[in-house]
Design a protein around this ligand. Structure first.
Ligand SMILES: Nc1ncnc2c1ncn2[C@@H]1O[C@H](COP(=O)(O)OP(=O)(O)OP(=O)(O)O)[C@@H](O)[C@H]1O
Ligand SMILES: [Mg+2]
Length: 591
């Protein structure tokens, strides 16, 4: 019920539309209810042989029909507008809310589930608010009007023929109680199905490469079967209840024929009255029949509404605190104080960072090294506040990142990771993502520094070449270079290169190096790399092991004193010129 009332809240912006649909529906109802009365009068005219009156009544019936037609068309147009408007608002709200949520939320969600909420559930809600609501009020109005009309004609007869109504309402309620959880489960399973499709399509390369189509298909078939089974449950409920709800009023009709017919024979009721009465009961039959259907619509909307509200009620956890300041002036000093961080909410979760304290002076370049899973990515993600630390503080230029407006903070921090995302837009647009107003010269300059200019110039349309959804038309290394250009163009105080050159071969990297060195000048840079050549770009090196910062110093210092670092240096030299087997690394690294 609470959900129902909250759903109605979405209509707030459409009050006049809702009122007009209601008024038009009520007027159409008057016409509908008038028709049986007029029919009765026409029969009366037939009995008394009054030709003029008969003609008049027939004309009136036709007029009532035309009026109803016009009113219904107008109502549908208005209701359609309301319905689509509600959909538009809801879509905007859901989308806006999704973007406001912090990264941690998406770690725990299946994309497909979210997509299903943003599409299937949204449809159900808007259909109900736009059409269902009016249909239900219309049905209710018809019930009231027609009941009043039959009571006026003959109270006793009305009582008998309306006897099934309370039973119908009771059954309809029972139906609703059973149908809603069933439908909610259907929506949930449709969400799972969408998630499945999304994974198969998103991961199509892996699926194909491992010839796993059959397995995916099997999984998919299971998901479909699950939707089918659950839909069958709610279909079965509907199959039983709907006709049953439609059947009961027939009993009333039969009772009317028997008792009313006798009354006419006994001259206690005129044939005209009897016909009108019968007509009203027929009018009543309509809403009773649609009652089950509209109730289904309501149940579906409430079930979907519950899923939508679940999403909308999830407050974003990383937001600007009231009175958030802009980032103070500075050149990018980054400080971590006793930072402990665990992914996920549950307290038992193993922390990925433990008591890390790290002070990086403005303008220096620091390399983070450590085994895979040691927490390097986690550490740098705390700087632009993609996550908040579980305890401890992260400061940029002396300000706690939690006190700074996240937009202002992130505008000064650029991140390039190992699998950069390119939007389906031109190369130039992708490079200018942080600064859409940047001139073409600035874009080209950034691309040159990232060693991307040459290959971009060879693309069919140069900088105006559209790259595919995930940059499928360019190679991994090219994608990384575009992403580096994007970061350089953003001109941030803090630059984070998380394995950003992992797909770039050593000789290209050597070329990028100069560009990077120029780019790193005057800003604080975090470099995460497994390669010595990249590590050599750094002034200092911090060594992470299982979430702890275990050492920090220059290359020379660490080679001498850190066995852990020595191991990385010795084993982490995979770059060799393949044919000559001559190690290129020390040369690239300038060692
Ligand atoms: N989104 C996430 N949700 C939960 N746990 C995560 C998440 N991302 C990373 N982890 C865990 O946190 C730990 C540190 O991961 P992190 O990605 O920081 O490692 P890394 O040092 O960057 O490794 P790599 O060199 O492989 O990139 C790992 O144990 C990992 O399983
Ligand atoms: Mg990583």
């Amino acid at each position: 019920m609470a959900i129902f009332i909250r759903l109605l809240g979405f209509l707030r912006g459409y009050k006049s539309g809702v009122w007009w649909s209601g008024i038009l529906a009520a007027l159409a109802m008057v016409a509908t209810v008038a028709i049986p009365g007029l029919t009765g009068a026409a029969i009366g005219a037939v009995q008394s042989g009054d030709r003029d009156r008969l003609r008049l009544m027939v004309i009136l019936i036709a007029v009532a029909g035309v009026v109803r037609l016009g009113l219904t068309v107008a109502r549908r147009l208005i209701a359609g507008r309301v319905s689509l408007g509600v959909e538009l608002d809801l879509r905007n709200r859901v989308y806006e809310h999704l973007l406001a949520l912090e990264l941690g939320f998406f770690d725990q969600q299946q994309t497909g589930q979210l997509m299903s909420r943003a599409t299937v559930d949204l449809q159900a809600v808007r259909f109900f608010l736009g059409y269902g609501l009016v249909l239900i009020s219309q049905a209710a109005l018809t019930l009231v009007f027609a009941s009043v009309a039959v009571i006026v004609i003959d109270p006793l007869l009305a009582l008998i023929s309306l006897a099934p109504v309370p039973v119908v309402i009771w059954i309809a309620q029972r139906y609703g109680r059973q149908a809603r959880p069933a439908l909610q489960e259907v929506q949930q399973r449709i969400g799972e199905l969408t998630a499945d499709v999304q994974e198969s399509v998103g991961g199509v390369r892996v699926v194909k490469a491992f010839a796993a189509e059959e397995r995916r298909e099997q999984r998919f078939r299971q998901s479909i079967a699950r939707v089918f089974e659950q839909s069958m449950i709610s279909t079965r409920l509907r199959a039983f209840y709907n006709p049953f709800i439609a059947f009961l009023p027939q009993l009333g009709l039969a009772a009317l024929l028997l008792i009313g017919g006798r009354m006419v024979i006994d001259d206690r009721l005129t044939l005209a009255e009897f016909t009108a009465f019968y007509g009203y009961l027929l009018v009543l039959l309509g809403p009773m029949r649609t009652l089950g259907w509209t109730l289904g619509l309501t149940q579906r909307a409430t079930a979907s509404g519950a899923r939508l509200f679940e999403l909308l009620d999830r407050e974003p956890r990383i937001t600007a605190t009231p009175g958030a300041k802009p980032l103070p002036a500075g050149s990018g000093r980054v400080e971590l104080r006793d930072v402990t961080f665990a992914y996920g909410d549950d307290p038992g979760h193993e922390p990925s960072l433990r008591d890390v304290s790290l002070d990086v002076a403005a303008g220096t370049t620091i390399a983070l090294v450590g085994a895979t899973g040691s927490g390097k990515t986690t550490l740098v993600q705390l700087i632009p506040r993609l996550y908040d630390p579980t305890s401890g503080t992260v400061l940029v230029d002396g300000a706690d990142v939690r006190d700074v407006d996240p937009h202002a903070l992130r505008a000064q921090i650029a991140v390039v990771n190992d699998d950069p995302f390119l939007f389906s837009a031109t190369v130039a647009e992708n490079i200018a993502y942080a600064r859409p107003e940047a001139s073409r010269e600035a874009v080209v300059e950034a691309a040159r520094r990232a060693q991307a200019h040459d290959f971009i110039a060879e693309l069919p349309d140069g900088y105006d070449t559209r790259v595919g959804e995930r940059g499928l038309t360019v190679s991994g290394g090219q994608r990384q270079r575009i992403a580096i250009a994007r970061a350089l163009l953003a001109d941030p105080r803090v630059l984070i290169l998380d394995d950003a050159t992992s797909s770039i071969d050593a000789s290209t990297e050597r070329q990028i190096k100069q560009g990077l060195e120029a780019a790193m000048a005057g800003r604080t840079t975090f470099v995460i790399a497994h390669r010595l050549s990249t590590i050599a770009l750094a002034d200092e090196i911090a060594v992470l092991d299982d979430g702890r910062l275990i050492d920090r110093g220059t290359h020379e210092e660490l080679v001498k004193r850190s066995p852990f670092y020595q191991e990385i240096v010795q084993k982490g030299l995979p770059d060799q010129v393949f044919m000559t087997r001559k190690p290129l690394e020390p040369e690239v690294a300038g060692l």
